[in-house]
Design a protein around this ligand. Structure first.
Ligand code: NDP
Length: 444
């Protein structure tokens, strides 16, 4: 049995109830097989892969809080500190009912390679809770965040572990978490990113994941001899990533015709009105169906995903496993020739195989959505310097980082004889730096 298969089999035996984690590891290990084979004896002798797939530390804790009716509620909190090989642990916090340890391990594992691709000194981590902020009052969200931080603060720090937002954790939650950290520790340090501009946040952090997604997508399309201008784009989600992806796609001259939430999707053949969508989602915190009530040209499709809509480009920006093999086939049947992932692991492994078999231009999440964490790292730099850079400065750096990710991914794919396969390219390029750092630091 190959080294990669051995490590994966052991992991399946150890963690059979962590399907997302196993899927993420499977994808990475399969695609780095060429580099592992070339260095097998060395890597085996230091148990490199066995160490890489086992988190350095998992913190799991109770989060008790009191709701507006005076009832005591209890949630589970997690922080997976997966790898500090190349820098302090870095990765978002997710508040969503589906959060469990396996989900946190999947996201933390992906984060290691994504963070490595940015070229910045940040390790991999992820955290969150099965708390659902939907339908909760501001007061309830605040009390929950404070209780969550009452435990988390013991394990994080500006040079140790720097969490950020993710699904269900936006500006409001980051603010409450930061306030409680400061109160507990008495320090004013860059311990979280995605902070408000008035207390250490970075300009362009809010936009970074969605904008970065479009920067790398545009480059990929341009290198293929096409142009994004005039393309029809299908987007899922209507959260932080989706809204800014739509905004930048429109600015680049594309026409975005869908957006969605967990209730269903809207289709507007005239092109999404981003200002209205932002108002509905960010100000009114309403369901996406509201858009179709307000815009005569738009339709609302309850309980459905947007992958049946005719398009050139698909940008999944909602949640993991939102594109199945069937969805991928439907997309291609309807003319889609480019997919770039804003969300983490939105395409199943079968769906990815469909893209690759059909020579679709495909940029996987690790590379495509790395703009968010990259600007988070820039926020850390600004916090350390006690300086704030302008929006244009941060945006220019973001463009540079997305371009350099594109270069690394394509060159790694070519070096290993898989030109155009950006899944292999992203995994190998991300892996190389982490592996080198782990080898240099000994058995830790
Ligand atoms: P938000 O919470 O802002 O938005 C999430 C969006 O996904 C909402 O529109 C939500 O709808 C929708 N959604 C949630 N669950 C489902 C579901 N089961 N089916 C369909 N839609 C669903 O999160 P973000 O935009 O920050 O994150 C989106 C994705 O991008 C995640 O995979 C995240 O890990 C990834 N990502 C985010 C980064 C960031 O900087 N924020 C960085 C890198 C990756 P509803 O409101 O109804 O729940």
């Amino acid at each position: 049995m190959s080294y990669v298969s051995e490590v994966y089999q052991t992991l399946c035996d150890k963690y059979p109830d962590e399907p997302e984690f196993l899927m993420a590891v499977n994808e990475v290990l399969n695609s780095i097989e060429p580099i592992i084979k070339a260095n097998e004896a060395r890597y085996r002798s230091i148990a490199l892969l066995e160490r890489m797939v086992e988190p350095e530390r998992i913190i799991s804790f109770r989060v008790p809080w009191i709701d507006d009716e005076g009832k005591v509620r209890v949630n589970r909190g997690f922080r997976v500190q997966f790898s500090s090989a190349i820098g302090p642990y870095k990765g978002g916090l997710r508040f969503h009912p589906s959060v469990n340890q396996g989900m946190m391990k999947f996201l933390g594992f992906e984060q290691i390679f994504k963070n490595s691709l940015t070229g910045l000194p940040i390790g991999g981590g992820k955290g969150g809770s099965d708390f659902d902020p939907h339908g909760k009052s501001d007061r309830e969200v605040m009390l929950f965040c404070q209780s969550f931080m009452n435990e988390l603060f013991k394990h994080i720090g500006a040079d140790v572990d720097v969490p950020a937002g993710d699904i269900g954790v936006g500006a409001r939650e980051v603010g409450y978490l930061y306030g409680q950290y400061k109160r507990l520790t008495g320090t004013y340090e860059g311990v979280l990113t995605g902070k408000g501009l008035s207390y250490g946040g970075s300009l362009a952090r809010t936009e970074a994941t969605g904008y970065g997604l479009l920067y790398i997508t545009e480059r990929m399309i341009r290198e293929a001899g096409r142009t994004i201008e005039g393309c029809t784009v299908v987007v899922s989600g209507s959260g932080n990533v989706a809204l800014h992806a739509i905004e930048k796609a429109l600015a680049m001259g594309a026409k975005v015709v869908t957006a969605s939430d967990s209730g269903g999707y809207i289709y507007d053949p005239d092109g999404i009105n981003i200002e209205l969508l932002k108002k509905i989602k960010l100000q009114d915190r309403a369901r996406i169906s509201r858009y179709a009530e307000l815009v005569p040209s738009a339709e609302y499709h309850e309980g459905e995903k947007p992958w049946g809509v005719r398009c050139d480009i698909a940008l999944p920006c909602a949640i993991q496993n939102e594109i199945s093999k069937d969805d991928a086939e439907t997309l291609i049947r309807n003319g889609c020739w480019c997919v770039a992932e804003g969300a983490n692991m939105p395409s199943s492994l079968d769906a990815i195989n469909v893209y690759l078999e059909n020579s679709i231009l495909f940029m996987p999440a690790k590379a495509a959505n790395a703009g968010g964490v990259a600007v988070s790292a820039l926020e850390m730099s600004q916090d350390s310097q006690r300086l704030s850079w302008t929006f244009e400065e941060v945006d220019e750096r973001l463009k540079g980082i997305m371009n350099s990710i594109y270069d690394k991914v394509t060159s790694a794919a070519e070096r290993y004889g898989c030109k155009g396969n950006f899944v292999i390219g992203a995994n190998i390029a991300g892996f190389e730096k982490v592996a080198e750092a782990m080898e240099a630091q000994g058995i830790v």
